[in-house]
Design a protein around this ligand. Structure first.
Ligand code: CO
Length: 476
């Protein structure tokens, strides 16, 4: 039976296919059908994901006989050869791909027997191409040039050398922006300029440099810190850089229309939420405060309206109960870094699908204000716990004790409380510090009195000896 060949951006082509555990009649039928489908399509190889089955099965006929291999693996590889490839799942395109010249492959045949196969040149190429399919990789990901294939009998006509190395202007400021930048560098892209917010004077007058500036300097990248990226002077500098892309990650300034029109393929923003949820500058903290158990990263094509551009790609991530803004930010930064190269690649090929955001689903994640940092003890224990972890590692959740500020860095829920207890009342027992909230007790684990370092609750109790009637107040 001939099967339909899955094409272009179907998710099944981008997944890692699962190994086959049992070779039964349906697996054998699938292999027969794949073989028939490959022949009908005049292909030299076919992988199961190309017919919509996410299993590790390939069939290959490169003129040296038919091979059907289950769970194929490359054991060793040698040499290098560059040649033009196409793919039944990427119709209309061909491109030069570097492959190993010879490989040794192992796997299982349709009879369930282990096989070894030494292949070189064209057969080796076809095997590598098909095994890539099992890992969600298409030849266009590896192609060093890309051409439009004009017809079956004609030589493909080169329309554009695919720039596998992009010129990038990167804009980012905090820690979150480092991993994606690192990823671009490790892919070999040419980051011609790193743009970050101006350095600030700290409380004690010391100069505070953005995290990204320090990282960029360690890689000897050119760093600029304009007061406004829409200044004529900066826009001209961006034009002079002739970027293929502007990539933005938690930069902290809006980009105007003129600047957005500078890069050849467009401007991409890495936003740590599943847009259109949590638009704005504090999506990680706001998701934690709301007690969400899931968030993610969105790659967005930038438009002059903040966070309103079309969605290029999205990946979800779980929020664990122990996550705070630090650990969650790190998780999302790594996720964004992993997503970025493919998005740029597909945009450059003009193959990116842009999905508009649904205006009806928009929620906001506004910048944290001082009042977001103050604990209101009449709220629920869960809400206060979420607030504490949303504000860790900075700036910290605040309350007041004997008229002075203290920061609460870590709490855990500690069960029910007496019905008449008033929110903010504290109890000290056996070296533990518990606080009454709107609906239950919270145990304070780590606390920081004004002008002191962070300390465990037991140390605070020894130093400050709270007495009966002492309480945390919401306002200093
Ligand atoms: Co293919």
């Amino acid at each position: 039976m001939q099967l339909e060949i899955i094409k272009d951006d179907a998710p099944v082509l981008r997944q890692k296919a699962k190994p086959v555990r049992i070779i039964n009649a349906s697996v054998r039928k699938l292999m027969d059908d794949m073989q028939e489908t490959m022949k009908e399509a005049h292909g030299v190889g076919l992988a199961a994901p190309q017919v919509g089955v996410s299993r590790r099965i390939i069939v290959v006929d490169a003129g040296e006989g038919l091979y059907e291999i289950i769970n194929p693996e490359i054991l060793s590889a040698e040499g290098q050869e560059t040649a033009i490839e196409g793919c039944l799942s990427v119709p209309g395109w061909a491109g030069e791909v570097d492959r190993y010249q010879s490989i040794r492959v192992t796997g299982i045949n349709g009879d369930g027997n282990k096989i070894w196969l030494d292949a070189s040149s064209f057969l080796a190429r076809v095997l590598q191409h098909e095994i890539d399919h099992l890992d969600g990789v298409l030849f266009v990901d590896k192609a060093t040039t890309l051409m439009e294939a004009t017809g079956e009998d004609e030589e493909p006509v080169e329309v554009a050398a695919k720039p596998s190395k992009f010129r990038i202007v990167y804009m980012g400021t905090p820690e979150f922006a480092i991993k994606p930048l690192e990823e671009l560098l490790s892919c070999g892209h040419d980051v011609t300029m790193v743009v970050t917010q101006p350095s600030k004077r700290g409380n004690r007058g010391q100069l505070e440099e953005p995290c990204v500036k320090e990282f960029a300097a360690s890689r000897s990248l050119r760093v600029v810190q304009p007061e406004s990226v829409d200044d004529e002077q900066f826009v001209q500098a961006a034009k002079d850089a002739q970027p293929d892309f502007i990539v933005v990650a938690a930069f902290g300034q809006k980009l105007g229309k003129e600047l957005l029109s500078v890069p050849k393929y467009g401007a991409v923003n890495i936003h740590p939420s599943l847009l259109p949820a949590y638009r704005g500058s504090a999506p990680v903290q706001r998701a934690l405060m709301d007690g969400q158990s899931r968030t993610g990263v969105t790659m967005m094509r930038m438009t002059p309206r903040l966070d309103a551009g079309g969605i290029l790609a999205q990946s979800a991530a779980d929020i664990s109960p122990s996550d705070d803004a630090g650990t969650l930010g790190e998780k999302l930064s790594a996720l964004g870094a992993a997503m970025l190269p493919r998005v740029l690649h597909e945009m450059a090929l003009g193959r990116a699908r842009v999905i508009p955001q649904d205006p009806a689903q928009v929620t906001r994640a506004p910048r944290l204000r001082p009042e977001d940092e103050t604990i209101d003890w009449s709220r629920t224990a869960a809400a206060i716990g979420n607030q504490v972890r949303a504000l860790r590692p900075a700036p910290g959740a605040r309350t007041s004790f004997r008229g002075k500020n203290v920061k609460i860095w870590s709490v855990e829920e500690a069960g029910a409380q007496a019905r008449d207890a008033s929110p903010g009342s504290i109890t000290c027992e056996d070296g533990t510090l518990t606080v009454v909230t709107g609906d239950g007790l919270l145990r304070v684990l780590e606390i920081q009195p004004a002008g002191r370092r962070r300390m465990p609750a037991a140390e605070f109790l020894r130093g400050y000896r709270p007495a009966t009637g002492d309480r945390f107040e919401s306002h200093a």
